[in-house]
Design a protein around this ligand. Structure first.
Ligand code: DON
Length: 320
C-alpha cells in the first residue's frame, strides 16, 4: 500500500478509536437512559447502565469502547441474518409472502395485516420475521432451522462461542401472546404453514446473545459489498447487500426508521435488547448497546451514540 494511503488509514483509525472512547464516556454519564423492555420478563433484568460500542472497519480493524464484550439479547437484529439466509434459500420468491415497505406502525402491530390480507409490510416487523422463520423451516424440524441460523451467525462473526439464551427464548414464549396472535392471523390468510413451529424458530433466533464486537463482526459483509473483508469470501452478491441495506434504512427501526435515517444517515437495525447494528457502506460495520429504549422501542442512547459517531466521522450514505 502506498505510504500516503497507509498514513491516512492510520489517521482515520486513531480518529475512530478516539471518537468511540469519547462517545462511550459521554453515554456513561447520561441519566436519561430510556426504559428497559419488560414485556419479555427476562430482558427486564438487564442493568440499564450498560453501554458498549464496536466498529469493524473494512480494512480489518476492530475497535471497541465500554461494555463491548458483554453479550446481550440481539432480539430483532437477528432478523437481518434470517432475511439474508431466507433470500439465499428461496431468492426473490420471498417477496411474494412479505412486503418491503416501511410499516409506520409499531413492530408488533396487528392492524395492517387485516388490510393487507396477511402479507406483512416488511421482514423486520414481527409478523414479517415470523413468515421468514416459516420459510426457513420448509420441511425441517425447528431445531434444524434454529441450528442453521445460529451456525450462519457464528460463521459470519467467525466465532463459535455465540449461543442462544434459552431462558430468554422461554421467557418470550411464555408471554408472547401478540406474536401468537400475529402468527395465527397470518395462518388464517394462508401465509403461514406452521404457526407453532415458526414461532419456536422465531423466539430462539431473537434470543441469540452476542456482544457488540461479535455483532459488528457478523455485519461486516454488509459494509463490504457482500464479502467478508477478512477472507474475501462472498456471503451474498453486492446487489443483495445493497438491498438488505435499503431494507435496514427504511424499515430497521419500525415507526422510528425515518427519524433514525434523518439523524444518523446510515442503515441500521435495532432490537428490544437495546442493540443496534449500523452499516457504513464501504467503510465499517458498527454495533452499539444500551438497554434503555425510546418510545418506538429502539435503544435510546444507542441511537444518540450512533448519531454522534456519524457526525464526528462524517459518515452518512448521503455524504458526497
Ligand atoms: O417479538 C418480539 O417482540 C421480540 N422478540 C423482538 C422485538 C424487537 O426486538 C423489536 N425491536 N426493536
Amino acid at each position: 500500500m502506498p505510504e500516503l494511503e497507509q498514513a491516512h488509514k492510520l489517521d482515520q483509525a486513531s480518529k475512530l478509536d478516539q471518537a468511540l472512547a469519547e462517545v462511550a464516556a459521554e453515554m456513561a454519564d447520561r441519566t436519561d437512559r430510556g426504559d428497559v423492555a419488560s414485556y419479555i420478563p427476562q430482558l427486564g433484568k438487564v442493568d440499564p447502565k450498560k453501554f458498549g460500542i464496536a466498529a469493524v472497519t473494512n480494512d480489518g480493524r476492530v475497535l471497541t469502547a465500554g461494555d463491548a464484550d458483554q453479550a446481550f439479547s440481539i432480539q430483532s437484529i437477528s432478523k437481518v441474518f434470517t432475511l439474508t439466509l431466507a433470500l439465499g434459500n428461496v431468492g426473490d420468491a420471498l417477496w411474494q409472502r412479505v412486503g418491503r415497505e416501511p410499516s409506520g406502525n409499531p413492530f408488533n402491530s396487528i392492524v395492517q395485516l387485516e388490510h393487507e390480507n396477511g402479507i406483512p409490510r416488511n421482514p423486520f416487523i414481527n409478523a414479517g420475521a415470523i413468515v421468514i422463520s416459516d420459510i426457513l423451516l420448509a420441511g425441517h424440524q425447528p431445531r434444524e432451522a434454529i441450528g442453521e441460523i445460529l451456525r450462519f451467525i457464528q460463521f459470519l462473526a467467525d466465532d463459535e462461542t455465540i449461543i442462544i439464551d434459552r431462558e430468554v427464548a422461554a421467557s418470550e414464549r411464555a408471554t408472547g401472546y401478540r406474536n401468537f396472535a400475529l402468527a395465527n392471523y397470518m395462518k388464517s390468510f394462508g401465509n403461514l404453514h406452521a404457526p407453532e413451529l415458526a414461532l419456536g424458530v422465531y423466539f430462539h433466533h431473537c434470543a441469540i446473545a452476542m456482544s457488540c464486537r461479535q455483532l459488528a463482526l457478523a455485519g461486516r459483509f454488509l459494509a463490504n459489498g457482500g464479502k467478508n473483508p477478512a477472507t474475501g469470501h462472498s456471503v451474498v452478491s453486492a446487489e443483495r447487500a445493497r438491498r438488505i441495506g435499503a431494507m435496514m434504512l427504511t424499515c430497521g427501526h419500525y415507526d422510528g426508521s425515518g427519524d433514525f435515517a434523518f439523524r444518523v444517515g446510515i442503515p441500521g437495525k435495532s432490537g428490544v435488547g437495546g442493540g443496534i447494528l449500523g452499516i457504513v457502506p464501504g467503510v465499517a460495520s458498527l454495533a452499539v448497546w444500551s438497554p434503555g429504549l425510546n418510545a418506538n422501542g429502539n435503544s435510546k442512547l444507542g441511537s444518540i451514540a450512533l448519531e454522534k459517531l456519524a457526525r464526528m466521522m462524517n459518515w452518512s450514505i448521503f455524504a458526497p
